[in-house]
Write a protein that binds this ligand. Structure first.
Ligand code: SAH
Length: 368
């Protein structure tokens, strides 16, 4: 089946993005520094500027000799993201950044400041090949995978915005990263894992964000979940289930024709067994499509003995969509039913709706 083949095809950019510090392991950074004729300790300085000070301008680095800076800039810090547009809402506490990549491709990032945390929602691919009919990104198809450098740079830009006090409320620390922007992270596995390592490795070699504060969200690519399990990291796994029955899921999440609900949940259960981390079930509530009482009952029965938490997302209708969010009373009834089964459940807020920065609304390619 062609749509399945897409899942593990490596979609390469026509011209590869220039190699960046964030594409390399710690050992590779050192080796590259030495191959350029520089002492190995420079690798540590470069990493410190990037991961600790979020400074991507070697011209301003006073601990590197001026004559050496252009070489360092060219080989370790090529500009991967060019800011194109920034839109805000919630009095600036939610902000969407549109970036252009080296080959003209566009991706989006959403930064959200809450009372107790600041979260960045990043893209792992330009577009997405999973074709979920209710998701704006899914409508445009997949353009290409992002590199680890392109993914990590979105997080570094967010960390810098937080530290420099760009968000209302003064300087703060970027505390959470969610792979819930454009793309299916497990279909770009290697680059995503490299960027996860950059995010969770302590400073100065990484950003030092706690693994538990990093969430990878997937449509349910079982081999990808299995691979992730074998990494034995403390990151949070989110599974976009959207309905407990295969019949409807085959249409809402087309990849379900390959990996059924039971297989996806059993892969997620193994993730719990390995990591001890409860997973999250993402469920977009769509009026009269997947919000019936009987579906809530079925979901409750399916999850009651599992270590899962349900995150209900009121559907953000995409332009031209025939679907809309559930009625408030149906949403409340859905929550109550799940609670009856003892399944932990929350309803996600709809931050960023007015700027098309909310869940499932990222579709940069259409709007440029
Ligand atoms: N491909 C990954 C991550 C990207 S989307 C995944 O599917 O998990 C992040 C979440 O937003 C997913 O749960 C996705 O199903 C949900 N989503 C997509 N479109 C949406 C919409 N229009 N309204 C509400 N949630 C949506």
């Amino acid at each position: 089946m062609s749509e399945i083949k897409l899942v593990f095809d490596e979609i390469k950019p026509k011209k590869k993005a220039p190699e960046h510090l964030a594409d390399l392991t710690i050992a590779e950074r050192r080796a590259k520094v030495e191959s350029l004729g520089l002492p190995a300790f420079r690798a540590n300085q470069i990493a410190t500027h990037y991961f600790t000070h979020y400074n991507e301008e070697p011209n301003s680095w006073s601990d590197i000799p001026a004559a050496m800076r252009p070489l360092v800039a060219e080989h370790f810090l090529p500009k991967l993201l060019t800011p194109i547009r920034q839109v805000e809402c919630d009095k600036g506490k939610t902000r969407k950044d549109l970036w252009r990549l080296h080959d003209g491709v566009l991706v989006e990032t959403v930064l959200m400041r809450y009372k107790d945390r600041t979260t960045v929602c990043i893209s792992s691919q330009a577009g997405c090949g999973m074709n979920c009919p209710f998701c704006a990104t899914g409508q445009a198809g997949l353009t290409r995978n992002l590199t680890a450098g392109e993914i990590t740079s979105q997080v570094v830009a967010a960390a810098r915005a937080c530290a420099s006090g760009e968000l209302p409320g003064g300087p703060t620390r970027l505390s959470n990263v969610v792979f819930m922007g454009m793309g299916e992270p497990l279909a770009n596995y290697n680059a995503v894992m490299k960027s996860v390592r950059n995010i969770i490795t302590p400073q100065p070699d990484g950003l030092g964000i706690g693994a538990r504060s990093v969430t990878v969200s997937t449509v349910g690519l079982v081999p990808g979940i299995e691979k992730l399990t074998s990494e034995d990291l403390q990151i949070t796994l989110a599974v976009s289930l959207h309905t407990p029955d295969d019949e409807l899921r085959d249409t809402l999440v087309p990849v379900n024709s390959r990996w059924k609900v039971k297989e996806v949940l059993s892969a997620a259960d193994k993730y719990v067994a390995m990591t001890g981390r409860r997973y999250s079930i993402e469920y977009a509530l769509i009026r009269d499509i997947n919000d019936q009482k009987w579906r809530a009952d079925l979901l409750g029965r399916l999850l009651k003995n599992r270590h899962a938490h349900v995150n209900l997302i009121p559907l953000n209708p995409t332009p031209g969509s025939k679907w809309t969010a559930s009625r408030k009373e149906d949403e409340i009834a859905f929550v109550k039913t799940l609670e009856k089964y003892g399944v932990p459940v929350t309803v996600r807020d709809t931050r960023g709706r007015e700027i098309d920065g909310a869940c499932g609304q990222l579709a940069a390619a259409n709007k440029a």
